[in-house]
Design a protein around this ligand. Structure first.
Ligand code: HEM
Length: 411
């Protein structure tokens, strides 16, 4: 194999630069950055943006390859130094540094190891009957009311209940979880205003205080048959560490799922022919989670940093490159997904990138798949008609995106 020169970077391309900027701008955040990711992928699926000082990977193979590479790590401090140099002054940024999703190597393994066996597809299947019952309860109430705001009435309360069920956590202890998570997330928006950052910081402090207090109070009460009690019985974790784990799982676990389900409700209601297909064909019904995840791409991009030079598709990414890994771009790569803009429940199964891949692949992906399937199985099989009312409200965020809420008429 020929050796690549260290200066082998893609040529400056004003159209690609604009596509990067536009993909992060407000209109694209709301309705979707798809056109810009498509432009970027078509011009340069591996691109170095001079204005952002970052690489952007938008092709499926490039994304898969970086996520598999042992040389591409989270390197939280380095990436934050690039995107927000004063991040240490902001609790909404600094508080997440020890989270499972942002640590590498042994520190990551230490947290991931006890959880991995509990989140396998087989283990999650044990929860399916309970998840189905919770889904049916929410959907029956929704149908009885004739529909309404799907996120408020179904997706959020359902996703929160499921997570609380998995962790035997009493939701009434933290009634404003949705609001806090929502506000904290803004701290990760690249163009957050000082006021938004201050509010995100405030929410982060409150969230931290709650979870640290929760485990401090649970001293001596370790007899439960739930995941947190297991950790409390495990000598290798301090109570402070368990609080951090709970904080990270609860901040990542229900908002992304509820948002994806709401995006799914909008996609389905906008494609009545696909609802009919799912009603009549169990295979089409079973494909709803993957197709909703692919089209929705709720977390459009993750970031990695190279710890040594990495070759991708003929380019050499030098050590310490900050790499935007565009999961949403991979999910609509026509080389993998034919006619990628079409919502299609007959699509042949292929791994979507919505949960990322490799060492940090989403721990809760099988939980989320079951939740998405069960909510739409209940909605479609227990209703006669599902109709879109008006336009959806899109979340105006770049870090976690999708339909914030949508009104359906259901009978
Ligand atoms: C549709 C819903 C969801 C989506 C789209 C989603 C997406 C993601 C993505 C993209 C990552 C990896 C980011 C990276 O590679 O840097 C991730 C990680 C993670 N997710 Fe999810 N997630 C969802 C639901 C859940 C649920 C339900 C849970 C918990 C029950 C969960 C817990 C986690 C955890 C703990 C990690 C960190 C894993 C690690 O770093 O080892 N997620 N998620």
């Amino acid at each position: 194999m020929a050796t690549l020169a260290a200066d082998n970077v893609p040529a400056f391309d004003p159209v690609a630069e604009e596509a990067v900027d536009e993909s992060l701008a407000s209109a694209a955040r709301r309705e979707g950055p798809w056109d810009y990711y498509r432009q970027l992928r078509e011009r340069a699926p591996v691109y170095y943006s001079r204005s952002r000082g970052m690489w952007f990977l938008t092709g499926y193979r490039a994304v898969e390859s970086i996520l598999k590479s042992s040389a591409a790590l989270l390197e939280f401090e380095k990436r934050m130094d690039t995107v927000r140099p004063d991040w240490r002054d902001h609790p909404s940024n600094a508080n997440v540094a020890p989270f499972i999703a942002f640590v590498d190597g042994e520190a990551h393994q230490k947290i991931r190891k006890p959880f991995s066996p509990k989140f396998t597809p087989k283990e999650m299947e044990r929860f399916r009957p309970a998840i189905r019952a919770i889904a049916e309860e929410h959907v029956d109430r929704y149908i009885e009311a004739g529909g309404g705001r799907f996120a408020d009435l179904v997706a959020f309360p359902f996703a929160e209940r499921v997570l609380c069920h998995l962790f035997a956590f009493d939701k009434t202890k933290l009634p404003n979880a949705r609001d806090l998570v929502h506000r904290m997330q803004i701290g990760f928006e690249l163009d957050a205003t000082p006021e938004q950052l201050a509010d995100a910081d405030e929410a982060s402090r409150e969230y931290r205080t709650f979870w640290q207090g929760e485990f401090a109070q649970r001293v001596g009460d370790w007899s439960g048959n739930d995941m947190f009690s297991d950790l409390l019985r495990d000598d290798s974790f301090t109570r402070e560490e368990i609080g951090l784990i709970a904080e990270s799982i609860f901040s990542g676990g229900f908002d992304s799922t509820a948002l994806t389900m709401t995006t799914g409700a909008w996609l389905l209601a906008s494609h009545p022919e696909e609802i009919d297909r799912a009603r009549n064909d169990p295979e089409a019904m079973a494909r709803i989670p993957e197709e909703v995840l692919r089209m929705g791409s709720g977390i459009p991009m993750t970031i990695r940093v190279s710890t040594r030079p990495i070759e991708i598709e003929g380019y050499l990414l030098p050590t310490d490159s900050v790499i935007g890994v565009v999961l949403a771009g991979a999910n609509r790569d026509p080389a993998i997904f034919a006619d990628p803009e079409r919502f299609d429940l007959t699509r042949a199964p292929y791994r979507v990138m919505s949960f990322s891949y490799g060492a940090h692949a989403c721990l809760g992906q099988w939980t989320a798949r079951i939740e998405i399937f069960e909510i739409f199985r209940a909605l479609i099989s227990r209703s006669k008609s599902i109709r879109l009312v008006g336009d959806p409200i899109f979340r105006d965020r770049q870090s976690v995106r999708g339909v914030e809420d949508v009104v359906l008429a259901v009978t």
